[in-house]
Design a protein around this ligand. Structure first.
Ligand SMILES: [Fe+2]
Length: 350
């Protein structure tokens, strides 16, 4: 199974990408609105077919990226029907199975943090995705969204601690950078519900946490009741000057074919050395040559009235050039993917 754990620094949310290595079918657990481009780039680069975006529950601390992903890739949105959220294609209940290729996630109802919280067990990889029910050395707060410490105690004991000790626990959040745990570890060391904690111990603990009201609640909850669809219908704006692709590495790239057709609308910046400029790959007509190691010192020489498209031999140095330009305040810049080498392979005119 292909497995990736992704992290959103603002909300401390873990997003999980799971996929079948052979069929490339993939599912995404608990994706974050603001991380849409990152998640989409990873799906694209791993050549996966995202079939379903799953939310463990209706979050209060971040807006889900589910609707954005459905809009972009046509995948289904899955969530418990307990919230009555819009845009849900697949209402999930206890006992349901989410199949992707030869793998399956078993849905386990683990209410208590909210009344619709779900956990997902992966028997063939001995992993369980616990949402905000069981956290690493913690448990999700139970003081709002129809939360109940008594219900959560029973959910964890019956649905999660009933799993084998060696199963790995992957939560939806961690604020200390703890990425995973095991059922055995949490059964022993979880300070809220581990060791011989009884229901009264857990409830007493949870009811006296004294946590501040979640900052994002007023924004996140209504948005998540629409699966993250913006209320005004406005989606995050993409640069409109070129069909840019943002890589998982965070680089804005543009195809050589597009660049060849739109040379008049952009400024081409070649960041190779002077020997390469006149070397076997030659250079493009109208391009400006500033070797990468001189770019920071010679920024004033770069015309800023048009979008700047950077090029080098294979697109590596020019990728760094775009980040240098962005840091210098250039809003419209992109890298020619594959560089001069690909340009020549495609037989495009100089
Ligand atoms: Fe939550």
């Amino acid at each position: 199974m292909i497995f990736r754990q992704l992290f959103d620094q603002v909300s401390s949310t873990y997003t999980y990408l799971l996929a079948d290595e052979a069929t490339r079918e993939a599912i995404l657990l608990d994706c974050v609105f603001e991380e849409h481009e990152r998640d989409r780039a990873l799906v694209r680069e791993l050549e996966l077919n995202l079939t379903c975006v799953v939310d463990s529950h209706c979050h209060a601390d971040h807006v889900t990226g589910a609707w954005l992903m459905k809009r972009a890739l046509g995948c289904q949105v899955a969530l418990s029907p307990a919230y009555g959220a819009k845009n849900v294609d697949r209402p999930l209940s206890h006992g349901d199975e989410i199949v992707f290729g030869s793998h399956v996630l078993e849905v386990r109802a683990t209410p208590g943090h909210t009344d619709g919280c779900l956990s997902f067990a992966s028997p063939d990889t001995s992993r369980v995705f616990t949402g905000d029910a069981l956290l690493v050395r913690g448990a999700g707060r139970t003081d709002f969204q129809k939360g109940s410490a008594r219900t959560l105690y029973r959910s964890i004991q019956e649905q999660l601690f009933s799993l084998p000790d060696d199963w790995q626990v992957y939560p939806a959040h961690d604020y200390e950078g703890r990425t995973s745990s095991t059922i055995g570890e949490e059964r022993r060391y979880n300070p809220r519900i581990g060791a011989a904690a009884r229901e009264e111990d857990f409830v007493g603990y949870m009811e006296n946490l004294g946590l501040p009201h979640p900052k994002q609640l007023a924004v996140a909850l209504p948005a998540n009741l629409r699966s993250g669809e913006p209320e005004d219908g406005r989606v995050p704006t993409h640069p409109d000057w070129a069909p840019l692709v943002v890589t998982y590495g965070g680089i804005s790239e543009v195809d050589p074919e597009w660049v060849a057709k739109h040379k008049a609308d952009i400024h081409l910046l070649d960041v190779r050395g002077t020997a390469e400029w006149d070397g076997e790959l030659g250079h493009l007509e109208g391009a400006q040559l500033i070797p990468l190691d001189e770019l920071r010192a010679r920024l004033a020489e770069v015309p800023m009235d048009r979008p700047i498209v950077t090029v080098c031999q294979t697109g590596k140095r020019s990728a760094l050039a775009t980040t240098i330009l962005k840091k210098a305040g250039v809003p419209r810049t992109a890298n020619v993917s594959g560089g001069m080498l690909r340009w020549r392979q495609l037989g495009l005119p100089s």
